[in-house]
Design a protein around this ligand. Structure first.
Ligand code: T5A
Length: 208
């Protein structure tokens, strides 16, 4: 059995990743592949505990480096125990966020050095990269309106300027990495999902 494919879903807060993850899973499964859906930070019991630490609103300021290392600690566990074994068993993995989020949030948002992120990426992933990344793009104002009603976690409490830097970092990465496909997610959900189906049909036919 061949290696499975690795698809990641990215975007700023509230762009519709969770809403669209199911559709991506169904399209891939419909093409006859066994699919694992997962998320970051998280995806294993230990990594989900690290997620809780990362998202909790707390009085103690969290240093940027602590945040970065916790992201990669969760990712190391997730890659070793879920993502790599699934891919090696021929399953497809669809993951809500992965390392592009680290470049966007900890790099673009927090201003950490991309070289440091790159070093940790090499240690944790040993060359593993997504085969396809879908970046759902929505203006920061529109995305904020979509999640205005919910209780905000530590990241969601950041200022608009932070999310503008995150979005810019994502778009810059997309311009430099052909595996990252930008999908306009500001339009009606039906239209977003039609565009996602088209993109996935093309990827599935290229992968067969
Ligand atoms: N993080 C993560 C880092 O800083 N570094 C890293 O390396 C990683 C991996 C948690 C946080 O961790 C940070 C980034 C995050 O702040 P998360 O749980 O993925 O990551 O966080 P969120 O982006 O906050 O995930 P959400 O579930 O909140 O947002 P989604 O999934 O993008 O949005 P979703 O699907 O819940 O949709 C939001 C609302 O919009 C509606 C939906 O119905 C829902 O109500 N909606 C639409 N409305 C109108 N038109 C459309 N087209 C719509 N699509 C969805």
């Amino acid at each position: 059995m061949g290696q499975g494919k690795f698809i990641t879903l990215e975007g700023t807060e509230g762009v519709g990743k969770t809403t669209n993850l199911e559709l991506i899973r169904d399209e891939v499964a419909g093409a006859g592949h066994s699919v694992v859906t997962t998320r970051e930070p998280g995806g294993t019991p230990l990594a989900e505990e690290i997620r809780e630490l990362l998202l909790a609103v707390r009085e103690e300021p969290v240093s940027e480096t602590t945040e970065l290392l916790l992201m990669f600690a969760a990712r190391a566990q997730h890659v070793a125990t879920v993502i790599r074994p699934a891919l090696e068993a021929g399953q497809w993995v669809v993951c809500d966020r992965f390392t592009d989020a680290t470049y966007a949030y900890q790099g673009g948002g927090r201003g950490l050095d991309a070289e440091v992120i790159h070093t940790l990426e090499n240690i944790v992933q040993c060359g593993l990269q997504p085969d396809l990344t879908i970046f759902l793009d929505v203006s920061v104002e529109t995305a904020a309106r979509r999640i205005a009603e919910r209780n905000h976690d530590r990241f969601e409490r950041e200022q608009v300027a932070f999310f503008e830097r995150v979005r810019t970092a994502y778009l810059e990465r997309a311009a430099n990495h052909p595996r990252i496909r930008v999908v306009d997610a500001s339009v009606e959900l039906d239209q977003v999902q039609g565009n996602l189906r088209e993109l996935l049909a093309q990827f599935l036919s290229e992968s067969s």
